[in-house]
Design a protein around this ligand. Structure first.
Ligand SMILES: Nc1ncnc2c1ncn2[C@@H]1O[C@H](COP(=O)(O)OP(=O)(O)OP(=O)(O)O)[C@@H](O)[C@H]1O
Length: 254
């Protein structure tokens, strides 16, 4: 498998703090690659550099063989990178379906024109409904966003990312704040989306990470100290020491 995303020597400084410290990371087409590490390791900072919300101080980001390091946010999004956020970012006065339709419309870009209701239906509603079906929310399409439970909000955010027809899904803590039942629904969902999409997943829930990931990269102080299969990474003594501060199995890390 070739690398869809290739990060080389990435550096991001906040004043005297080096949040990304010469990071190298390859995400291959079709894999679910998890990025784990202790709080403050720099996971979200990397996601923001990938989407273009933060500018790196050095290094290169290549996506699908093209150097996108200096591309603006919309160009990356239209080029196939979609991020779902750690903090819920939904339009609260809109319905579930309308939130997704807005993303479909954004995807269509400047060329989008909707002259007749029938055309709107085909251009916006159908793809939006498809995205909702992919996350199990089709039945809630007409509901107000505020009527959804927390777990369903996260599913909706995922549908919004899918509505961008992404080639790479960037998921920042999709299980954050979820009940056990909600987590389990989301893990099943991500298992279904795996392979259909290339996914870079930041997540603290190690059980979910090890159940889902093909590859895991462990980040400590802005650097990947290990990359490999879940089994490989779990056995790595340096990972155990750096991540847990002891020799306990990695499953309880957060
Ligand atoms: N805008 C900013 N200005 C200054 N420092 C920042 C900024 N954003 C992040 N940092 C710092 O950079 C480091 C990495 O933060 P980041 O949020 O990327 O870590 P993280 O691994 O995502 O943490 P968590 O698991 O808690 O979400 C931290 O020390 C954080 O305080």
């Amino acid at each position: 498998m070739t690398a869809l995303l290739s990060v080389t020597g990435l550096v991001k400084r906040f004043g005297g703090l080096i949040a990304t410290n010469g990071l190298n990371l390859d995400v291959r087409s079709g894999e679910l690659h998890a990025l784990i590490g202790p709080n403050g390791a720099g996971k979200t900072t990397i996601m923001s550099q990938l989407t273009g919300e933060l500018r790196p101080d050095a290094g290169k980001i290549a996506f699908d063989g093209r150097d996108i390091t200096h591309w603006p946010i919309p160009r990356r999004a239209l080029g196939g990178m979609a991020r779902s956020y750690q903090i819920t970012q939904l339009l609260k006065d809109f319905s579930v379906l309308e939130n997704v339709m807005l993303m479909v419309q954004a995807r269509q870009g400047h060329s989008f024109r909707c002259w007749r209701p029938a055309l709107c239906e085909r251009a916006l509603v159908q793809p939006a409904m498809q995205a909702l079906e992919s996350v199990g929310l089709a039945q809630r399409a007409q509901d107000d966003v505020m009527a959804l439970a927390h777990g369903e909000h996260r599913q909706l955010e995922l549908a919004m990312a899918l509505a961008m027809s992404p080639r790479l899904l960037l998921l920042d803590e999709p299980l954050a704040g979820m009940s056990q039942a909600e987590s389990s629904t989301m893990v099943t969902l991500l298992g279904q989306l795996k392979r259909r999409y290339t996914i870079l997943l930041v997540e603290h829930d190690m059980q979910a990470v090890f159940a889902l990931a093909d590859q895991v990269s462990v980040l400590v102080y802005g650097k990947a100290i290990a990359t490999g299969t879940p089994a490989h990474v779990q056995r790595n003594p340096e990972v155990r020491r750096a991540y847990l501060g002891d020799d306990e199995p990695l499953r309880s890390a957060a």
